[in-house]
Write a new protein. Structure first.
Length: 99
């Protein structure tokens, strides 16, 4: 049975009015946010709502995911890290030098 919404917990969207958000038009934003900040149930709902192919397409092109979530996405969808844009960008921006 397909979920009615791609997420359960509105805390993921604390900075936007999630009630007025168009879930089809803003699918990329929602998928990235759910996979970066959502819990297991939110991720399951998102997968059930959008489908794995759409989610893979979005997450491969995502500019940012936290490091643990990059590995989670790579493991769930069997995507090599080198194919994920957020992993490549993280490698090229090493951060501040430890001085």
């Amino acid at each position: 049975m397909k979920p009615t919404k791609p997420y359960d917990n509105p805390r993921i969207f604390w900075d936007v009015d999630h009630e007025k958000m168009d879930i089809e038009l803003r699918a990329n934003f929602i998928i990235e946010r759910v996979f970066d900040r959502g819990d297991v149930q939110d991720i399951r709902n998102c997968r059930g709502f959008y489908g794995d192919e759409k989610i893979k397409e979005v997450l491969v092109k995502a500019k940012f995911l936290s490091e643990p979530r990059i590995y989670l996405v790579s493991g769930i969808f069997n995507i090599p890290l080198e194919n994920m844009r957020c992993f490549i960008l993280r490698q090229s921006n090493q951060g501040l030098l430890p001085y």
